[in-house]
Ligand binder design. Structure first.
Ligand code: FES
Length: 167
């Protein structure tokens, strides 16, 4: 009698672990956002979280109109009335609760949401297959090239005009 073939055991897919953003009290109602680095599709990007109507909302810091960062100062995303997320480049207005474009050159676009939750006085974000935390071994920006030699024409006078070695 043939042995019953064993069924392969499916490996559970590991859920990405939630990552800390900041302490809950770092986000005041309609206040300054917390901005942090992420990696989207293997490329460096930034995300931000702010509190609106008591809830923490979070998006990629990338305008739908032109893929550029939107804050007019680090963490400042809301307009003067603290009603809309506003892109500082051409003034696109986004609904804070949904990230949908409400006015301006962003058309029918929507900001890319980042899932966040508050737990035990801490704000957490949930990485996905597309948007991940920055790994410690992630290659950073290329360093500035080191100077390979002294300048071609070194000055032969001291800064005050006195010849070298004359003092
Ligand atoms: S880049 Fe944001 S409105 Fe143009």
């Amino acid at each position: 009698m043939p042995e019953p073939t064993a069924k392969p055991i499916a490996k559970p897919i590991a859920e990405p672990i939630a990552e800390p953003v900041c302490a809950s009290d770092a986000l005041a109602e309609r206040g300054k956002a917390v901005v942090w680095d992420v990696v989207q599709w293997g490329r460096p990007a930034r995300a931000f979280a702010l509190r609106y109507e008591g809830r923490v909302v979070s998006y990629l810091n990338r305008c739908v109109h032109v893929p550029t960062e939107m804050d007019w100062q680090e963490g400042e995303f809301l307009d003067m009335d603290r009603r809309w997320i506003m892109c500082s480049i051409h003034g696109a207005h986004y609904e804070p609760e949904t990230g949908r474009c409400a006015a301006g050159p962003c058309g029918r676009g929507q900001l890319t949401p980042i899932a966040t939750e508050e737990r035990d006085g801490q704000v957490w974000w949930q990485p996905t297959a597309d948007i991940r935390p920055v790994a410690f071994d992630e290659p950073g920006p290329a360093p500035d090239p080191a100077p390979d030699s002294a300048p071609d024409s070194a000055p032969d006078t001291a800064p005050d005009g006195a010849p070298d070695g004359s003092r």
